[in-house]
Design a protein around this ligand. Structure first.
Ligand SMILES: Cc1ncc(COP(=O)(O)O)c(C=O)c1O
Length: 386
């Protein structure tokens, strides 16, 4: 089945009892059992308790696995709950390599939570294969990649990085939140586990918090599934239903997101007063060629530098259409100031080392008319930079 067909059909067969075309929301916390310890079997899954299995959630998991041409997917209550479940694979004394430029919440979980349990982290420039090679130790268990990265849209050569990690016997995790399965297929480039914050493009409507993990490795899936149930950070069936509904238009939304993102990036790039625009679709982006190879298109996240925090704050106040808010990947265009918002938990020195300055602005370009979006940026920049 082609991708668009999968978006419409996978994970949501008509209800086997009523024929209802839209898969039902199984709003229940538990299931009746006919004899103790032998849960009812439904669509290949045993139904004992809704933390362990829920048919609406199963539909979402089946759909997400199918979109990555994968065997297995697991849904979680948030992207960070999914991120936490990957780290549950580790034990004290294990080591993880990650990029300096990554989502602030992942960095916070690594450094403020997992270091407490004796897990060690090295943050390096993962766009440079020599730096990745140098960071490996005998106890390295995971190479954690985010591409495109949040907030600087850095691009990692996933296939090359995966080769290095495999030679060292480490697992490769790719946070595919910015790209989605429509634009990038990390399992085909060598990744072992894909992480999605499905809160973002996959749901796409700014109304659900959720996450997912996708893998082809049965042993990894079994262990992750054990933690999914043992820890219990699962999404409710209403949320799964909304994500399944949002998913049906992922390809159409992503195409328009990418068109709009490119127009916004080109406008900003042409503005002489802006020193730097971060968008992998620009030929000047250091990762452009790799992005063109491993992605179908370049996405709709665009960042750029203003001079300092004061200038950034003025610019944000002058915007009319872009909403100042955390999150991304939804129908409405959002703007964020990473230094004080999404990346506020990253220590200032680490932030600056990663290149996340106090003047950095991150745009999540939505589905409005691109002329209106560019006009809004233009009027706000004129007021700010005049
Ligand atoms: C790249 C990336 N990964 C993971 C997450 C965490 O997802 P959630 O907010 O759904 O917990 C985010 C959130 O912004 C993100 O941008």
């Amino acid at each position: 089945m082609k991708f668009s067909t999968k978006l419409i059909h996978s994970g949501r067969p008509a209800d086997s009892i009523t024929g209802a075309l839209t898969a039902p929301i199984y709003q229940t916390s538990t299931y009746s059992q006919e004899s103790p310890g032998s849960p009812r079997q439904f669509e290949g899954r045993g139904l004992s308790y809704a933390r362990t299995e829920n048919p609406t959630r199963a539909g979402l998991e089946n759909a997400l696995a199918s979109l990555e041409d994968a065997q297995y997917a697991l849904a979680f209550a948030s992207g960070l709950a999914a991120c936490n479940t990957i780290l549950n694979l580790l034990k004290s004394g294990d080591h993880v390599i990650a990029g300096r430029d990554l989502y602030g919440g992942s960095y916070r979980m690594f450094t403020k939570l997992y270091t407490k349990f004796g897990v060690e982290f090295t943050f390096t420039d993962i766009t440079d294969m020599n730096e990745i090679e140098k960071a490996f130790r005998s106890n390295t268990k995971i190479l954690w990649l985010e591409s495109p990265s949040n907030p600087l849209l850095s691009i990692v050569d996933i296939a090359a990085a995966s080769k290095i990690a495999k030679a060292h016997g480490a697992l490769i995790v790719v946070d595919n939140t910015f790209a989605t399965p429509y634009l990038q297929s990390p399992l085909k480039l060598g990744a072992d586990i894909i992480l999605h914050s499905t809160t973002k493009y996959i749901n796409g409507h700014l109304d659900v918090l959720s996450g997912a993990l996708v893998t082809n490795d049965e042993a990894i899936w079994k262990e992750l599934k054990f933690y999914q149930n043992a820890v219990g950070a699962v999404p409710g069936p209403q949320d799964c239903f909304l994500i399944l509904r949002g998913l049906t238009t992922l390809d159409i939304r992503m195409d328009k997101h990418c068109t709009n993102g490119k127009k916004v990036a080109e406008y900003l790039d042409g503005n002489k007063k802006i020193s730097r625009v971060y968008y992998p679709g620009l030929k000047s982006h250091p990762g452009h060629k790799i992005a063109a190879m491993q992605m179908k298109d370049f996405g709709a996240m665009v960042s750029f530098d203003l001079k300092d925090k004061a200038q950034a704050v003025t610019f944000l106040k002058n915007l009319k259409l872009f909403t100042l808010a955390e999150s991304l990947g939804g129908i409405k265009s959002l703007v964020c100031h990473p230094a004080t918002m999404t990346h506020a938990s990253v220590e200032p020195a680490m932030r600056l080392e990663a290149g996340i300055g106090d003047g950095l602005i991150r745009l999540s370009v939505g589905l409005e008319d691109p002329e209106d979006l560019v006009a809004d940026l233009d009027q706000a920049l004129k007021l700010t930079l005049s």
